[in-house]
Write a protein that binds this ligand. Structure first.
Ligand code: SF4
Ligand code: SF4
Ligand code: SF4
Ligand code: FES
Length: 955
C-alpha cells in the first residue's frame, strides 16, 4: 500500500474525515500520486495520506463529513463540476486533481465571501496564528476582498460569555457547524443547533439563550472543533497564545485522558485533549480540560508545618525540621506502643511511583504491613472478586472495546457523570445500534437521553445487586442460554457444576427475587435474554456494585455472568470496573493493600517476600497489616497512634464521620501530605506540602490497566515533589532510599513485578502508554485480558448467595439513601471546589421522589434534615422523578454536607469496603443545619484561624 503517513502512529494531523474500515482496498491517483485506501474513505483523506492537503474548513477527521464550506472542491476525471473531496468517497481508478486555475479561483471566491462577513482584526484576535480560517485564507491565496462591510453582515452579533471557561463570539462564526457536530458526534450531548437558513443561519444553544442555561456540559469539544476564534478558551483570550506544550495525563477520574498542556512559561494556559491519547482519543470532560486552576489556587500550602496538638496554631518550619519532627514522633510512638502502632495510607491521586514508595516506607521503615489505600472504600471488592473468579484483579478490556459491543450492561455506574469521556464513547456505540441494559436505583442520564434509550432499566432497590445478578444468571442457565463451549474450554468444571446447581435453584428465579429487588420478573427475563443472546455482551460497573455489604459477591456474580455467556477474552465483551480516582488501579497494583506486595502477591508468600527483602535489604513482616477501618478501631482503643496519610481526605471520604473523627483525635501523630489543608489535615500534627500532578514526573494507571506518563509542567510550588518527600521521611526514620528520578522507581517496580517487567519510561515514551501485563511474553502490553486462559488457570465460578444487608428500613428510618457523583465535581471536591466548576454544583442536594416529598411536606429547595442510625445532617431538597419512591440520593462533594455523617459502619464481608450505597434514613423539613454541621463549622473555623496564625509565626 502506498501511503506517506501512518495515521495510527500519529493522529495529531487532521486528515479531514474519519478512518473507514473495510477489507476492500481501493487505489486512486491524486495529482499523479497513487494511494490505496479502504473502501469508503473520502478523497480528502486519501489525499492527506500522501501529504496532499486539500483546503478545508468544515471537515475534521473526528467528525463525519458535512460538505458545507465547499473549500475542498477538486476535479475528478470523468465527473462533472468540482465535487467536495470530503464527501466524495474513493472509487477504484479515480484520478483526482487538487490544484488548477479553476479550483484556485473557486476557493478564493468562497474564502472572499467568508472574509467579507468576518471582522478584519486578525492582528488583535486571540486566535492569531492559531486560526484555520486565517490559514486557509493564506492557503487559497486570498489577497483582497472586493466586497465591503456596507451590506448586511453579522459583525455586530453578540458574544456569549456565560460559560466560565470559554466564550462564544458570534460575530466571528462562519456557520461551518463543526461545533454542532462535535457536540453530537464526539460528546453526544446535542446541545447546539443551527437555527435559520442561508444568510440568517446561526449557531444556537437549543431553547436556552446562553450556554450556561443550556444542556451544554462544558466538555469543550466544540471549542476544540471551531476553526475560528468564535468559540475560544477565556484563558487564551486573556493571556495570549501558548509558547510550548507538554503531553501529560489527567489527574481526575479513572478514564486517564491524555492532554497536551499548552504552556506560557511555567503557566498552563489550556489543556487540549491529545488525539494520540489512547484512552480518550482527543476528547475530554469539563474537569480535565478546564478545571485545573486549583493547582495554583491561593489556598495551596507550600510550607511544611508542625504543631504539638491540634488546638495549637501551626508553626511553619523548614523541610528538615518537619521531617525530623515527624520521624521522631513516629519512632517514639513505636518505642512506647510497639512496631504495629503506626501505619500509612497511600493515595490514588498520586503517581504509581509515589504510592510504591509509601508502601515501601511502611514495610521497610515502619517494619509492618499497616498500609492501605482509598481503594479500600471504593474498588477493593473488584480486586477480591475478580481475582477469585478471573484470577486477575483488573478490568479486562480497553475503553475502545465498547465500540465492538452489541449489548452493554451498565450496573451501579453513571458513566456520563463519573467517567464522562468513556460515557461519550458508550453513547456513540449506542447511537450506532448497540443495546443497553441499565441496572440502577435511579434513572441516570443513560436511561433516556438524547438519541440514547435503554432497552431495559432494572430499577432495583439499593442493596439487592446480588439477588438481581443471580436472577439474571438463573434465567440464562434455566433457559439454556449459556455458552457451553466456552465453559467447557475455559472454566473449572467442578466449580461450574457446583455453581450451576446453586444458581438453578428456584429461589433465584426472577419471580422469586422480584420482591427483594423490586424488579419486574418479566423485564428481568427479557434483559437476561438480551445480554446472553445479542452477540458481544460487555458489562461496565462502578461503585454502585462495590460499595455494599456484598460488594465482593456482586463482583463475582458479574464475572459469573460473563463466563457463563462466554463474554470474555475478545473485543467488545468483558468485565469492566469503572475506577473512580485517576490512579486507583495503580495504587492497588503498587502494593497498597496490607496483605499484598506489589503485583497482588500475598505478604505470606516466602518467595515474593525474599525478592523484596533482597532488593530493599530489610526483613519483611509476613503477617497482613491493618486495613483503614481496623486502623480507626485500633486508634480508638489506644493501640494505633501514628498515621502518615498521603493525598487522601479520610475525614471527609470515609463513612461514619463521627467515628473517623474519634479515631483521628485519638492519635498522637498524624502526618498529612496534601496540597490543601483538607479535612483530615485539620486533625494533623505535621503538614507536608504536596505537589499537584502538574509539578512532578511519574505515571498513572487507568481503569483499562493503561500506564500513562505524567510529565512535569512546572516546578513544585513547595520545592519538593511527593516522591522526594517520602524518600526524605524514610531517611529521617533511618532507612535510605536512593532514587534520582521517578523513572528509577519504575525500573525497580518493573524488576520486582512480573506484570510490569517490560515497563520503563523509555518504553512508555515509545508506545505512548502501556496496558499491563507488559513483560517478556507481551512486550507491547495487553489490551484485552484472558484471550487464551485466565492467567494460567481455568475460570472459577463463585457461589454468590444473596444475603440482605443488616441496614434495614423501619418506621423510624423508612427511606434508603444512596450516594453518587456529579459531573462537575470530583470526589471530596478539594480540587473542583477551587475552580469555576462551582457554578454548576455549589452545594450537594438531597434528591427525593415527589411522593416521598409530598408525604413529608417538603418542597424543592427546602432544608431537609436527614437522620440515620449513625448521625444527622441537613441538605437542600431537590424533588426528582429520577428517584423511585422510598429511595433518596445525594452527592458528597462538599464537607459541610456531611453525607458521611449519616453513612454507617456496615461493610463488604470480604474487603471491608463501606456500604455507602445503602443507609436507612428519615427526612424531615428543618430550618437550620444539624448539630454535627454546627460543630463542624465551628471546628473548621477554628482550624482555619490556627492556619492563619501560622503565617505570623516565625520558624
Ligand atoms: S462556532 Fe465555530 S465551529 Fe461553530 S459554526 Fe461557528 S465557526 Fe463553525
Ligand atoms: S462544550 Fe461540549 S456539551 Fe457544550 S456545546 Fe460544546 S460540545 Fe456541546
Ligand atoms: S473523563 Fe476523567 S480523565 Fe478524562 S478529562 Fe474527564 S476527569 Fe479527566
Ligand atoms: S471541507 Fe469539504 S465541504 Fe467543507
Amino acid at each position: 500500500m502506498i501511503q506517506y503517513f501512518d495515521p495510527k502512529k500519529d493522529k495529531t494531523r487532521d486528515l479531514g474525515t474519519p478512518e473507514k474500515i473495510s477489507e476492500v482496498q481501493v487505489s486512486i491517483e491524486v495529482d499523479g500520486v497513487k494511494v490505496t485506501v479502504a473502501e469508503g474513505t473520502s478523497v480528502m483523506r486519501a489525499a492527506a495520506l500522501v501529504d496532499i492537503n486539500i483546503p478545508k474548513l468544515c471537515a475534521s477527521d473526528n467528525l463525519e463529513p458535512f460538505g458545507s464550506c465547499r473549500l475542498c472542491a477538486v476535479s475528478i476525471e470523468g465527473m462533472r463540476g468540482m465535487p467536495a473531496s470530503c464527501t466524495t468517497p474513493v472509487r477504484e481508478g479515480m484520478k483526482v486533481e487538487t490544484q488548477n486555475n479553476d479550483l484556485a479561483k473557486l476557493r478564493r471566491n468562497i474564502m472572499e465571501l467568508y472574509i467579507s462577513d468576518h471582522p478584519l482584526d486578525c492582528l488583535t484576535c486571540p486566535a492569531n496564528g492559531d486560526c484555520e480560517l486565517q490559514d486557509m485564507a493564506g492557503t487559497v491565496g486570498l489577497r483582497e476582498v472586493r466586497y465591503g462591510f456596507e451590506g448586511e453582515n453579522h459583525l455586530d452579533a453578540p458574544t456569549d460569555d456565560s460559560n466560565p471557561y470559554f466564550s462564544f463570539d458570534a460575530s466571528k462564526c462562519i456557520v461551518c457547524s463543526r461545533c454542532v457536530r462535535a457536540c453530537e458526534e464526539v460528546q453526544g450531548t446535542f446541545a447546539l443547533t443551527v437555527d435559520g437558513r442561508g444568510f440568517d443561519s446561526k449557531i444556537s444553544v437549543g431553547p436556552a439563550e446562553k450556554f450556561i442555561d443550556s444542556d451544554c456540559v462544558s466538555c469543550g469539544a466544540c471549542v476544540q472543533a471551531c476553526p475560528t476564534s468564535t468559540l475560544m478558551e477565556k484563558s487564551v483570550i486573556e493571556q495570549g497564545q501558548p509558547d510550548h506544550s507538554i503531553v501529560t495525563t489527567c489527574a481526575y477520574c479513572g478514564v486517564g485522558c491524555s492532554f497536551r498542556a499548552d504552556m506560557k512559561g511555567d503557566k498552563v494556559l489550556r489543556m487540549v485533549p491529545d488525539k494520540n491519547g489512547q484512552a480518550n482519543q482527543g476528547h475530554s470532560c469539563v474537569k480535565g480540560r478546564f478545571a485545573f486552576g486549583y493547582a495554583t489556587h491561593k489556598d495551596r500550602i507550600t510550607s511544611p508545618m508542625i504543631r504539638d496538638s491540634i488546638d495549637q496554631p501551626w508553626q511553619k518550619v523548614s523541610w528538615e525540621e518537619a521531617l525530623a519532627f515527624a520521624a521522631n514522633r513516629l519512632k517514639s510512638i513505636q518505642l512506647h506502643h510497639g512496631r504495629d502502632s503506626v501505619g500509612a495510607i497511600t493515595s490514588s491521586r498520586c503517581t504509581n511511583e509515589e504510592t510504591y514508595l509509601v508502601q515501601k516506607l511502611v514495610r521497610a521503615a515502619f517494619g509492618n504491613n499497616n498500609v492501605d489505600t482509598c481503594a479500600r472504600v471504593c474498588h477493593s471488592p473488584t480486586g477480591y472478586g475478580l481475582k477469585a473468579t478471573l484470577n486477575e484483579s483488573a478490568g479486562t478490556q480497553t475503553f475502545e472495546s465498547v465500540m465492538a459491543a452489541d449489548v452493554i450492561l451498565v450496573i451501579g455506574a453513571n458513566p456520563t457523570d463519573a467517567h464522562p469521556v468513556f460515557g461519550s464513547l458508550l453513547k456513540k456505540r449506542l447511537r450506532q445500534g448497540a443495546k443497553l441494559i441499565v441496572v440502577d436505583p435511579r434513572s441516570i442520564d443513560l436511561v433516556d437521553g438524547p438519541h440514547v434509550k435503554a432497552q431495559h432499566h432494572l430499577k432495583l432497590r439499593p442493596g439487592t445487586n446480588v439477588a438481581l445478578l443471580n436472577a439474571l444468571a438463573h434465567v440464562i442457565v434455566s433457559e439454556g442460554l449459556e455458552d457451553k463451549d466456552f465453559i467447557a474450554a475455559r472454566c473449572d468444571d467442578k466449580a461450574f457444576q457446583q455453581w450451576h446447581s446453586h444458581i438453578s435453584d428456584q429461589r433465584h428465579a426472577p419471580e422469586n427475587t422480584a420482591e427483594i429487588t423490586g424488579v419486574d420478573a418479566q423485564e428481568l427475563r427479557l434483559a437476561a435474554r438480551l445480554y446472553a443472546t445479542s452477540g458481544n455482551g460487555a458489562i461496565y460497573y462502578g461503585l454502585g456494585v462495590t460499595e455494599h455489604s456484598q460488594g465482593s459477591s456482586s463482583v463475582m456474580a458479574i464475572a459469573n455472568l460473563a463466563m457463563v455467556t462466554g463474554n470474555l477474552g475478545r473485543d467488545g465483551v468483558g468485565v469492566n470496573p469503572l475506577r473512580g480516582q485517576n490512579n486507583v488501579q495503580g495504587a492497588c497494583d503498587m502494593g497498597s493493600f496490607p496483605h499484598e506486595l506489589p503485583g497482588y502477591r500475598h505478604v505470606s508468600d516466602n518467595e515474593t517476600r525474599s525478592l523484596f527483602e533482597q532488593e530493599w535489604q530489610v526483613t519483611l513482616d509476613n503477617e497482613p497489616g491493618l486495613r483503614i477501618p481496623n486502623m480507626f478501631e485500633s486508634a480508638i482503643h489506644g493501640n494505633f497512634k501514628g498515621l502518615y496519610c498521603q493525598g487522601e481526605d479520610i475525614a471527609q471520604s470515609d463513612p461514619n464521620t463521627q467515628h473517623v473523627q474519634k479515631a483521628l483525635t485519638s492519635m498522637e501523630c498524624i502526618i498529612v501530605q496534601d496540597i490543601f489543608l483538607n479535612e483530615t489535615a485539620k486533625y494533623a500534627h505535621v503538614f507536608l506540602p504536596g505537589s499537584s500532578f502538574m509539578e512532578k514526573n511519574g505515571t498513572f494507571t487507568n481503569a483499562e490497566r493503561r500506564i500513562s506518563r505524567v510529565r512535569k509542567l512546572m516546578p513544585a510550588l513547595a520545592g519538593k515533589e511527593d516522591w522526594q518527600v517520602t524518600i526524605e521521611l524514610a531517611k529521617a526514620l533511618g532507612y535510605e532510599m536512593n532514587y534520582e528520578h521517578p523513572s528509577e522507581i519504575m525500573d525497580e517496580i518493573a524488576r520486582l513485578t512480573p506484570s510490569f517487567h517490560g515497563v520503563s519510561y523509555d518504553r512508555l515514551d515509545e508506545l505512548g502508554s502501556i496496558q499491563w501485563p507488559c513483560n517478556e511474553k507481551t512486550p507491547l502490553g495487553t489490551p484485552i485480558m484472558h484471550t487464551e486462559d485466565f492467567v494460567g488457570k481455568a475460570g472459577t465460578f463463585a457461589i454468590t448467595e444473596y444475603i440482605a444487608t443488616p441496614e434495614k428500613v423501619n418506621k423510624r428510618f423508612p427511606l434508603l439513601l444512596t450516594t453518587g457523583r456529579i459531573l462537575s465535581q470530583y470526589n471530596v471536591g478539594a480540587q473542583t471546589r477551587r475552580t469555576e466548576n462551582q457554578v454548576w454544583h455549589g452545594e450537594d442536594k438531597f434528591e427525593i421522589h415527589p411522593t416521598d416529598a409530598q408525604d413529608r411536606g417538603i418542597n424543592d429547595g427546602d432544608w431537609v434534615g436527614i437522620a440515620s442510625r449513625a448521625g444527622t445532617t441537613a441538605l437542600r431538597a431537590k424533588i426528582s422523578e429520577r428517584m423511585q419512591p422510598g429511595v433518596v440520593y445525594t452527592t458528597f462533594h462538599h464537607p459541610m454536607s456531611g453525607a458521611n455523617v449519616v453513612t454507617t459502619d456496615n461493610s463488604d464481608w470480604a474487603t471491608n469496603c463501606p456500604e455507602y450505597k445503602v443507609t436507612a434514613v428519615e427526612a424531615t423539613k428543618v430550618s437550620e443545619p444539624s448539630q454535627w454541621q454546627a460543630d463542624y463549622q465551628h471546628f473548621s473555623k477554628r482550624q482555619q484561624h490556627l492556619l492563619e496564625q501560622a503565617t505570623i509565626t516565625k520558624p
